[in-house]
Design a protein around this ligand. Sequence first.
Ligand SMILES: C[S@@+](CC[C@H](N)C(=O)[O-])C[C@H]1O[C@@H](n2cnc3c(N)ncnc32)[C@H](O)[C@@H]1O
Length: 206
Amino acid sequence: MITQLSKLLNQSGISLTDQQKQKLIAYVSLLDKWNKAYNLTSVRNPQQMIVRHIMDSIVVAPYLKGSRFIDVGTGPGLPGIPLSIVMPNAEFTLLDSLGKRVRFLKQVQHELKLDNILPVQSRVEDFPADPHFDGVISRAFASINDMLHWCDHLPAEGHGRFYALKGQYPTDECQLLPETIEIDATHRLVVPELDEERHLVILKKI
Ligand SMILES: C[S@@+](CC[C@H](N)C(=O)[O-])C[C@H]1O[C@@H](n2cnc3c(N)ncnc32)[C@H](O)[C@@H]1O
């Protein structure tokens, strides 16, 4: 698996240490092991997990500004765990409402010795942001409008941003934004060996 990961990282122009690569592989192994009992992801093949979960998450890293992030509806830690491994100087709160997913995240934290993540079981609407976050990230969590509504209290005033990871460009969702929100930037993401579209929509409060 490490050879496959190294090749994909090269194709993306991403440079990681051997230790970071080993942690990403160890995470895939845990995901594969726990998936059987906990049903964490529909992706069953570890090689596919590297493409669809690891690479799909870390291609977002160059666009994240700041050092305090929250991954809302993180599920088994996506994209938050891979991002925390490739961005060791940033802190990631990993939030999910389901207890068994958060138990898995705590096991990953323990086994991989990740000291820059905080797994939290809570519905996002009930989670207090104290202090506020530089970035609110989500993948496969909700429509952009629902994300903005439920996460309105989380970003820092002024510089805080919402980062929505999407497949096809969400034209309809972007036309329905509240008046208080504008698009800061959009990026088409390229995930090597994934023949599907990926987009990142970055939003800010006006
Ligand atoms: C489809 S999964 C996506 C998981 C992961 N982000 C990914 O890309 O694979 C959505 C996750 O959001 C969580 N979730 C749904 N509503 C939530 C809420 N109101 N607050 C926190 N988490 C929520 C679910 O428990 C689930 O794990």
